[in-house]
Design a protein around this ligand. Structure first.
Ligand code: HEM
Length: 160
């Protein structure tokens, strides 16, 4: 990228990741691991068969893709309702994150430092909010827009 006009062409994290198909690949690898896992598997024992696809649509929207989770599934209130009273512990949060990052490698998501920094940034943030909101008696914000996550301080490296 050499001039100001190109600066407007920074791709979203969604596009950089490979679009909707990449997030579907990610969550299908992830939930296969989750169901086998002794720390978090039991939390997901009753999940619906389309849960992985729903989470793929959530992540796609967060990272700059089309607002399908909002338009088709009920947006933030639906996501938050699924976490209420789940009493997620810190070891469970950590395991969720660790399995998701392993899945990103296996699913072939981009592994450049800039993409992974932004990706992990959102996941650290989101998993901590999920843990807090899941505690019995938590004062939960039940409605908000689906967050939109960007590159932060390190935009994609253009090699120049
Ligand atoms: C960035 C972090 C997270 C995101 C983006 C996320 C996203 C979601 C979404 C979108 C749903 C609802 C799916 C639907 O619409 O059908 C959901 C449900 C759920 N999430 Fe999360 N989640 C996160 C973190 C966690 C963590 C850390 C845990 C526990 C270790 C967890 C446990 C669950 C459970 C148990 C459900 C309900 C599954 C069921 O339907 O039985 N989530 N999550």
């Amino acid at each position: 990228m050499t001039d100001a006009a190109d600066a407007g062409a920074v791709p979203t994290l969604y596009t950089w990741a490979g679009g909707e198909e990449a997030f579907e690949r990610l969550t299908s690898v992830f939930y296969a691991k989750v169901l086998q896992d002794d720390v978090i598997g039991p939390l997901f024992a009753q999940m619906a068969p389309n849960h992985p696809q729903h989470v793929a649509l959530w992540l796609a929207e967060v990272f700059g893709g089309p607002p399908r989770y909002t338009d088709e599934l009920g947006g933030y209130p639906r996501m938050v309702a699924h976490h209420i009273d789940k009493a997620i512990t810190e070891p469970q949060r950590r395991r969720w994150l660790e399995l998701l990052l392993d899945s990103a490698d296996e699913a072939g998501l981009p592994d450049d430092p800039e993409f992974r920094a932004a990706f992990v940034g959102y996941l650290e943030w989101g998993t901590r909010i999920a843990r807090t909101n899941s505690q019995p008696g938590a004062d939960v914000v039940r409605d908000a827009p689906v967050p939109r996550w960007g590159w932060g301080v390190a935009p994609p490296y253009d090699g120049g």
